[in-house]
Design a protein around this ligand. Structure first.
Ligand code: NAP
Length: 279
């Protein structure tokens, strides 16, 4: 009998036990999934402990996503490309790392009808933006503009894309507006507008440059409707918050844990139901 976990610090607030618990129950799979605090620097000890305690897989959140890379036996191409791991499986005595954040975002966009290919504007170049922008390139976007306050980080991210689809751009109202003209989608991967974060967009005029059929996704789900999404809806644009991405990255992680394809929409619905009233 094995077990699954999510590790991080802090991890108490994590929705993963609720989401995974609901999906495992839906499947009738009897595997406990619990949250486990692992402080920064504690990964080597955790991996030993997990091996001894029959942990068959775990999810990783802050501050471990990057630190796991040198400690695992195998890393998937997606995790390698964005240099971050959020899902680890024990397979034939080896730790194998994956990253389901980017694919979770694309699944959410597809499920909600916001994925049209073409040109995408990504705001931010941090951990989430890396996973999302690289996956959008992989999913067939023609151009992904990475607009970031620290331009060097956007440049480094663009260089990590072997397809040459990603391109850096400045995070200024004019710089973003220029890239929005002709874009099918804008994805906010910055912290701006997140509950508990001091920052907010100073100007939403870049939304006016998006074509009327474009979509706007915010990775933030606290609050459930950010100022960015409110402003986008006022302009008649289709919007999506970060909750479906959170759910789909968990669905894809569960596929790795169980080693088989699953009915993704059915599991996403089970997770959504479990979270109802929670966010
Ligand atoms: P991160 O690595 O710290 O990156 C933060 C990004 O935001 C950087 O690009 C940073 O720009 C930018 N930024 C921060 N403050 C800014 C400001 N005042 N003005 C302009 N840009 C600013 O964080 P992360 O892990 O990528 O997470 C980003 C967001 O995505 C968070 O809100 C997080 O909750 C959300 N997220 C959601 C999911 C989901 O499943 N829905 C998954 C992962 C993350 P610089 O590079 O210039 O500092």
């Amino acid at each position: 009998m094995g077990a699954l976990q999510v590790i991080g610090d802090p991890v108490r607030h994590s929705k993963s036990p609720r989401i995974q618990g609901a999906m495992l129950a839906h499947l009738g799979v009897d595997l406990p999934y619990t949250a486990h605090t692992v402080p920064k620097g504690g990964l080597p000890q955790y991996l030993e402990w997990a091996k001894a305690h029959h942990i068959v897989g775990f999810n990783a959140t802050m501050p471990h996503k990057e630190d796991l890379l040198p400690l695992l036996d195998q890393i998937s191409p997606e995790a390698l490309a964005c240099q971050a791991v959020n899902t680890v499986c024990r397979r034939a005595g080896q730790w194998v790392g994956f990253n389901t954040d980017g694919a979770g975002c694309v699944c959410a966009l597809e499920h909600h009808g916001l994925w049209q290919g073409g040109t995408v504007v990504v705001l931010g170049a941090g951990g989430a933006a890396k996973a999302v922008a690289l996956q959008l390139s992989q999913a067939g976007a023609q151009r992904v503009w990475v607009c970031n306050r620290t331009l060097e980080k956007a440049q480094a991210l663009a260089q990590a894309d072997c397809r040459g689809v990603l391109a850096p751009a400045p995070f200024t109202p004019e710089g973003v507006a220029q890239r929005c003209a002709g874009a099918s989608l804008l994805v906010n991967c910055t912290n701006l507008g997140m509950e508990g974060c001091p920052g907010e967009f100073s100007d939403f005029s870049f939304l006016d440059a998006l074509p009327p059929q474009a979509g706007v996704m915010d990775l933030i789900y606290h609050p459930s409707r950010t100022q960015l999404l409110t402003q986008a809806r006022r302009r008649g644009l289709a919007t999506l918050n970060g909750l479906p991405m959170l759910i789909y990255q968990a669905v894809l992680a569960l596929e790795h844990f169980l080693g088989r394809p699953l009915d993704r929409p059915a599991l996403a619905a089970a997770a959504q139901q479990a979270l109802e009233g929670d966010v």
